[in-house]
Write a new protein. Structure first.
Length: 153
């Protein structure tokens, strides 16, 4: 008697191995993309904290000096104050602080304009600064992260 079902087990085993291999590749790919997204999210939060540190530094300089314009407003992006943060969790970031002085009367127009002499401080933090600091408009890499915070005084 000849067995007609010989080799079916081998074909079934190969099919199951191919399916399980495909599932394993899908799980590894999904895990890798999730890890990358989580890292980018964490870097974004750190960039925000670095930009916030830049705003706080500018406010400190402004309040501590006692002069009307210690930051030298208006200060263009290329002439901004650029500095790296201390060697701790934000050490991978560079902050550029710039400020502008809006024209008088951009708020309430009249004799008692509360906006007269005000300044707008902008802090830009990034992890791959360009030649002029942040933002890097030259050639940022795929892991480039940047956050911008504005404050008005």
């Amino acid at each position: 008697m000849i067995r007609r079902s010989s080799g079916v087990a081998l074909v079934t085993a190969i099919f199951l191995l191919v399916v399980l291999s495909g599932l394993a590749v899908a799980v590894v790919s999904l895990t890798t993309s999730q890890q990358s997204a989580a890292t980018q999210d964490e870097q974004g939060a750190r960039a925000y904290q670095a930009a916030r540190a830049g705003i706080e530094w500018a406010l400190f300089v402004h309040l501590r000096s006692g002069t009307a314009n210690p930051l030298g407003c208006p200060r263009a992006q290329a002439n901004g104050h650029t500095f790296a943060l201390p060697a701790q969790s934000l050490s991978a970031f560079t902050v550029t602080v710039t400020c502008t002085q809006p024209a008088d009367g951009y708020g309430n127009v009249g004799q008692a304009d509360p906006t007269a002499g005000g300044i707008k401080i902008t802090a830009t933090a990034c992890n791959q600064p360009g030649p002029d600091g942040c933002p890097n408009s030259v050639a940022p890499g795929p892991d480039y992260v940047q956050r911008v915070i504005d404050a008005q005084l």
